[in-house]
Write a protein that binds this ligand. Structure first.
Ligand SMILES: Cc1cc2nc3c(=O)[nH]c(=O)nc-3n(C[C@H](O)[C@H](O)[C@H](O)COP(=O)(O)O)c2cc1C
Length: 194
């Protein structure tokens, strides 16, 4: 609808995710990644609690993280084959850049947990938009490791949860658009009280 690609609305309208395994270099450099993460923190946050943490996984530790996943996976499924283990864990080494987004709520706050978790989702979305605005593609994946305590424990504590593995890179090819919900299916006009 907004065809001027330099306009902010056009940027919002054209963002879409790419698959991490279909990303290549370059990813954002250190300065670009800092911008992306600073923009991600410019997110509605009731009570100014900053209930999110961003953990950058440096290149030299990507394999270590893959091994953490393999350890957790095999602890649950010791009979898994090497091929199955690789298939379930290898994705974490895809894409040039990986940021782990943690939900880090302040339990002692009067702000409901739900609101704090919504703020984490908003931060994730801002991250994806900022990556897109810089010409990269992003992907927000949870998959099984986001729900595995042993994986969470290498990043945070029992009060925290992995909200997503945020992959960023350059798309290898043209991104496929996915079906979007029909406007009429998700938007309605309140008719007032009967
Ligand atoms: C919280 C969250 C977790 C997700 N986890 C996965 C996942 O584990 N595997 C997957 O294939 N897609 C997952 N997705 C969906 C991808 O991000 C998907 O590619 C995206 O919804 C595509 O829509 P977009 O093009 O508007 O970004 C997840 C989405 C969200 C919001």
């Amino acid at each position: 609808m907004f065809n001027d690609l330099s306009s902010p609305l056009s940027l919002l309208e054209t963002r879409r995710s790419g698959k991490a395994r279909e990303m290549t270099t370059p990813g954002p450099d250190a300065r670009q990644l800092r911008s992306i993460l600073e923009i991600a923190t410019r997110t509605p946050d009731h009570g100014k609690l900053a209930p999110w943490r961003f953990i950058i996984i440096p290149d030299e530790h990507r394999k270590t993280l893959e091994n953490v996943l393999k350890r957790a996976f095999l602890a649950d499924k010791p009979e898994a084959t090497i091929a199955e283990t690789n298939a379930m864990c290898g994705f974490i080494s895809d894409a040039p850049t990986l940021v782990v987004l943690l939900s880090s709520p302040k339990r002692e706050s009067t702000i409901p947990l739900w609101e704090q978790e919504l703020s984490v989702g908003a931060a994730a979305m801002n991250l994806l938009h900022a990556a897109h605005a810089l010409g990269f593609v992003g992907s927000w994946i949870t998959a099984w490791p986001a729900f595995h305590n042993e994986v969470r424990n290498v990043f945070g504590n029992e009060n925290q949860r992995i909200a997503g593995f945020m992959f960023i890179g350059t798309p290898k090819g043209e991104l496929q658009e996915r079906p979007r919900p029909k406007y009429e299916d998700v938007v309605s006009i309140w008719q007032g009280e009967a």
